[in-house]
Design a protein around this ligand. Sequence first.
Ligand code: NDP
Length: 450
Amino acid sequence: MADTYDYDLFTIGAGSGGVRASRVAAAHGARVAVAEEYRVGGTCVIRGCVPKKMLVYGAHFAEDLEDAKSFGWTIGEKRFDWATLRDHVQNDVTRLEGLYGQTLSNHDVTVFPERATITGDHQITLASGKVVTAKTILIATGARPHVPDFPGNEHAITSNEAFHLAEIPRRILIVGGGYIANEFAGIFNEFGSKVTIANRSDTILRGYDESLRDRLLQISMVKGIEFCFNAEFERVEKTAEGCLRVKLTGQEEREFDVVMLATGRVPNIEGLGLETVGVECGKRGQIVVDAYSRTNVDYIYAVGDVTDRVQLTPVAIREGQAFADSVFGPGEPYAVDHSCVPSAVFSHPPIAAVGMTEGQARNTLGSVKVYQADFRPMKNVVAGRNERSLYKMIVDAANDRIVGIHMIGPEAPEIMQAAAVAVKAGLTKADFDATVAIHPTMAEELVLFK
Ligand code: NDP
């Protein structure tokens, strides 16, 4: 029966999850095709994590060049050319897109560079009109920026457009208080923009440990980033001079050069033909799946942001891998463990976290011990930069097990990746104490908590 289908697997969407699933399924011997209407690589590679991190590196030079003076360096005139960085980043994105495409072709995966729609049972119709059939269909179409409804929202950009700006705005309003808002606030601020963040609630980075959020807020304000809380849009108008006149609730009307929306991401489910075959979607527009990424239709699966489980690239990759191994591999099906996922915000300075926040631990566990190191990194001391790092370790008092680690400070995400292994493995505070410090480092604070 399987031979009557054109493909064993048809994947819709060649982002992180879709590419991993397609490549691994093909390596297991499946005949695989993937459709991608935009660029192979998806959000992470094309307009997300990867180009964003390059901008973060570029932005950090603003402080590094300044700090270099305290280390004895004479720096000539400091000048930043956005077009150079923007174009280098885009060239690298194109290089990576090519590598992703090569990975697929090396595994004999057929790529259709066009939109695909499910038009019947096991049937897909491509934008060109070609109709193909597949035994299994995987939906890995990701998510897109959410654009709130308010008069003038057509004048705003999202992170998609931020990578391609003709010039760095003199004044930018970033709307939202999450990952993207704080990362781009840091980037634009270092590039010299006057940055204002406006969020609908009175907090930033909901879900992260409160002490770290407070520390980022305080450091960001010292750097000159302005915050407006409990502020929602009333309207945005374009002025005759080409500026954007913005009215937020509780605020005077103000002008900005760019308004950027960073108000969450919504799953891409439109136009996929889900209703044709009856795939169930949830309240947030996500495709509903079980632990094995199965939808309610037995031959259709979904992985990554379109399922809105944990909207992070490494999670989508794991889901794609688990799907391909489970459906096409020789072993038993297995599910991805979504617990204890480490994460980072590449703000200035960055935040990294794994496990429970202090608040979550206090609500969940009987008794909790909290260890804290609040220190000025050596490099900041020499540079005369009054910016302090904060590390927190949350321990279950009943058994000494570490249930969470939270850090804000230089290189926090790099340090966290290793520390997260220990938390995931269920190590105790005593295990950290028994480990000799590497001195002098910032990371040594993790084994010196008193
Ligand atoms: P986040 O979910 O991080 O933050 C969304 C922000 O927008 C919140 O501050 C929220 O307010 C606010 N908001 C949500 N809905 C609305 C609305 N309807 N109107 C106005 N404001 C709203 O989303 P981002 O857009 O920053 O990022 C999307 C996702 O992409 C993240 O959740 C993350 O999973 C992923 N990502 C990960 C990165 C990383 O790993 N470093 C980097 C960038 C993105 P409040 O919560 O205060 O109510």
